[in-house]
Design a protein around this ligand. Structure first.
Ligand SMILES: [Zn+2]
Length: 383
């Protein structure tokens, strides 16, 4: 590549990388994993290590056939299961992954392409360690099935259960089961122990509607939340790298715990708050430091509580009001529990008495004022 085509600016290169990672998290293609050397990016579709147990893992129980964008379906399934709170990814191989249920017991998936890879046909085999409870298996299977119903071509999804001998636990050869059924039999003899195995129950339980499993919805919510937090973390990294702050948090240090919690919640929404928590860089005066913070912020939230204004806050408010008038800086007064109007003292608060304010009535975790604050920071909140 000629050097003129390359990204010249290191900073720009870094930002591009951060933006790419953000996209990978948002599309559920990659996972962030902690390692001894720091966070690692993991791509389930790019694993190269062959899975030693293929094609016949112990404990295989169900096979789901489907058609569609196979790699995407498999990757997002792996990522969403890992973020689902009920299951944690334990190990990954090429086209296979094992998850540990939160309540104990291992559940696995193995992907097999049918025919040519570009044909878009595949089978997912689910397998379980004996310790996995009946409910864990059902929950895992239902989650996988729900995922396929959403992302694969719906009419192509087929679910078949592996028939297992109830006497000795040996699994019955699948093609034999199919041939037996074609001949009209609803039973087969175990080739190991000779016991008579019913071929009925598996199928009938598949077609009958199942009771809704409430954990499926909870798993989805956890997976969505995980995606949002990982994406927001990436967005914040980009903003930190460029000193780009969404909101300056002006507050009395006595209200610090409340304001720090707000800052954390804003970060979860991808907003980068300026908070005077970090040490003042050497050689910089506190005032200069504050002024810089205000200049780098696209809006300001002014926290007012029954503690009154902090030592520096009054000066901050003068500077903020100045920028509001001259630069149109959006300012959002935030009343903490115990207040329900902006006090008229000290005088500097009179500058803000006309503005739309937000009120946390009981505690910091109230959703409505938080939502209004986020809208306000984004410049969208109109009362
Ligand atoms: Zn048997």
């Amino acid at each position: 590549m000629p050097s003129s085509e390359r990204i010249k600016d290191k900073q720009q290169e870094k930002l591009l990388l951060i933006a790419t990672v953000e996209e990978l998290f948002a599309r559920e293609i990659a996972l962030r994993e902690q390692s001894d050397t720091g966070p690692l990016l993991v791509f389930p579709s790019q694993m190269t290590r062959e899975w030693p147990l293929a094609p016949d893992p112990e404990g295989k129980a169900v096979i789901l056939g489907f058609e569609g964008a196979i790699v995407g379906i498999y990757t997002t399934l792996t990522v969403r299961l890992s973020r689902s709170a009920f299951f944690k990814c334990k190990e990954m191989w090429k086209n296979a992954a094992i998850f540990e249920a939160q309540v104990g017991g291992e559940c696995g998936i193995w992907l097999r392409h049918i025919g040519n890879v570009d044909e878009g046909k595949a089978e997912l085999t689910l397998f379980f360690k004996p310790e996995a409870s009946e409910h864990t298996r059902l929950q895992f299977e239902e989650y996988v099935h729900t995922h396929l119903k959403r992302r694969a071509l719906p009419e192509t999804i087929q679910r078949r259960r592996i028939v297992v001998c109830t006497e000795c636990g040996a699994s019955v050869n699948e093609s034999h089961v199919i041939l037996r059924k074609k001949r009209g039999f609803d039973w087969i003899n175990c080739s190991v122990c000779d016991a008579r195995i019913s071929l009925l129950d598996g199928d009938s339980s598949l077609s009958s509607p199942r009771a809704e499993i409430p954990q499926i919805i909870k798993m989805d919510i956890a997976a969505d939340k995980g995606r949002e937090i990982e994406t927001a973390t990436s967005i914040i990294k980009g903003k930190e790298a460029t000193n780009d702050f969404d909101v300056f948090l002006s507050h009395n240090s006595k209200d610090k715990p409340f304001v720090e919690r707000i800052a954390e919640l804003l970060r979860q929404h991808g907003l980068n708050p300026w908070l005077d928590k970090v040490e003042i860089p050497p050689g910089m005066s506190f005032q200069k430091y504050i002024i810089n913070g205000i200049k780098q912020s696209k809006s300001a939230a002014v926290f007012i509580s029954t503690n009154g204004l902090g030592d520096w806050q009054e000066q901050e408010l003068l500077i903020l009001n100045n920028r509001r008038v001259k630069k149109n800086l959006p300012i959002i007064p935030v009343l903490l529990p115990g207040l329900n109007v902006i006090p008229d003292e000290p005088d500097v608060l009179l500058f803000f008495s006309e503005l739309n304010w937000i009120n946390f009535k009981e505690n910091v975790d109230e959703l409505e004022p938080l939502e209004k604050l986020i809208q306000g920071i984004k410049g969208l909140y109109k009362d």
